[in-house]
Write a protein that binds this ligand. Structure first.
Ligand code: CMC
Length: 383
């Protein structure tokens, strides 16, 4: 019997590849997309430009930008059958389940789905990037029994999403908020869903299959689903005066506080800082009572958690802690939070597939077997 190897549960600390797409500095709370700091991109860029940057490796010239934006606009609308399936599923299934199914259907409209040449891959990725917000918005509309809203080509990518979801054209501040969320969720190195996308891509399956894997993985509450779970927790807290008691009791009961902790960040998540600052700015713009209440809970929970676990165990707020309250500023329902994450993360997933296929290697780790061997087979009538 050979000796048990060191097992890195959850692949913690394991390097699986090289990548030039993004860097997460977990000790210092920094994030760069293709070398540009997330703070600069969040303040000065927009989702279309950062998608181009992630996918191509460089900031676009004016012509490249216009061409890219046009491609996204042209491909925003959904085929009739996809809308029909969303309409059937949305009233009964979680929006993430609807997203996963509708995204998988898009393969039907690709005449050459298994083509992995770089131009063909890029075409598929940009098509998914264009359509995922529409799938999300249609899901949000149909689950409330409302009509589908066609894309509006006068609006930018994320503002159009918000319009298709709410039926109201966003003002400048609202457009900035939704675009911020799209930018901040676009890419984050080899997180669980991106890894899942790459595992599927590594078998030489198609981009639609890889994306569908990513959506399934993002759904879980330890990953993308934490945004919805964190807001549910805030609603369970209810009264801000209940915050400390609720959290103390949850920690005593060994529960996770959603929106805190990260495998890589052992300090404040830089994306969380940005969302927090915009959330505070929203208070200067006649906020809803609900948002004021949520922000009080957020600030009290943040203080308690940092005092208790931040300084001792490196458990700090992550982006998902502030995402929900910010989406509530925009009137977005909690079950729609993670679908927005999907629509945005498509930029990162697609960039990783493009990069990975330049030097593809099947992902196939090993496990240490702890079961029996050579058991005698007993026929069924003798068991
Ligand atoms: N609340 C309370 N305790 C926590 C939390 C938390 N949110 N996160 C970690 N811990 C504790 C955990 O109980 C464990 O304690 P002990 O050593 O006493 O057993 C210790 O910290 C280490 O936890 P771990 O689960 O081994 O660490 P991990 O690196 O696997 O955890 C995590 C990462 C994100 C799964 C975890 O922090 C967590 O469950 N957070 C809540 C869910 C969440 O907010 N997820 C979103 C992550 S950011 C956005 C994204 O990538 O999707």
């Amino acid at each position: 019997m050979s000796e048990k190897p060191v097992i890195n549960y959850g692949l913690e600390g394991i390097y699986v590849d090289e990548s030039a797409i993004s860097k997460v500095d977990g000790q210092n709370g920094k994030l760069w997309y293709r070398g540009y700091s997330i703070e600069n991109l969040a303040e000065q860029s927009n989702f279309e430009e950062i998608s181009y940057l992630l996918l191509n490796g460089n900031l676009p010239t004016n012509n490249q930008y216009e061409e890219f934006v046009e491609k996204l606009k042209e491909r925003r609308d959904l085929p009739k059958e996809v809308k029909e399936v969303i309409k059937v599923m949305a009233p009964v299934s979680h929006p993430m389940d609807v997203m996963r199914t509708a995204t998988s259907m898009l393969v039907m409209y690709d005449k050459d789905p298994n083509n992995r040449e770089s131009g063909a891959t890029m075409y598929k990725v940009v098509t998914l990037l264009a359509k995922l917000p529409t799938i999300a918005a249609a899901t949000g509309r149909f689950r409330e029994g409302k009509d589908y809203i066609s894309p509006d080509h006068s609006l930018g990518h994320s503002a159009n999403f918000l319009y298709m979801l709410t039926g109201k054209k966003p003002n400048e501040f609202e457009s900035k908020l939704i675009d911020l969320m799209f930018i901040l969720h676009a890419e984050h190195s080899t997180n669980a869903s991106t890894f899942s996308v790459l595992v599927t891509a590594s078998t030489l399956a198609d981009v639609y299959s890889a994306t569908t894997s990513g959506i399934g993985t993002l759904k879980g509450s330890l990953h993308g689903g934490a945004d919805e779970a964190a807001l549910n927790m805030m609603n369970a807290i209810g009264d801000p005066n209940n915050t400390e008691k609720y959290i103390e009791e949850a920690l005593e009961g060994k529960q996770r506080i959603m929106g805190f902790g990260h495998r890589v960040y052992k300090t404040y998540d830089p994306r969380a800082k940005l969302v927090r600052s915009y959330l505070e700015e929203s208070l200067t713009k006649e906020p809803l009572d609900e948002v004021k209440r949520l922000l009080q809970i957020v600030l009290r929970a943040e203080k308690l958690m940092i005092d208790k676990l931040g300084k001792t165990k490196g458990i700090w707020p992550n982006i998902d802690f502030f995402a929900g309250p910010l989406y509530r500023v925009l009137g977005i329902d909690s079950q729609m939070f993670t679908p927005i994450f999907v629509a945005s993360r498509m930029a990162g997933w697609g960039s990783h597939v493009v990069e990975y296929w330049h030097n593809n290697k099947l992902v196939r780790p090993v496990e240490w077997y702890t079961g029996s061997i050579d058991l005698p087979y007993v026929p069924m009538n003798k068991r």
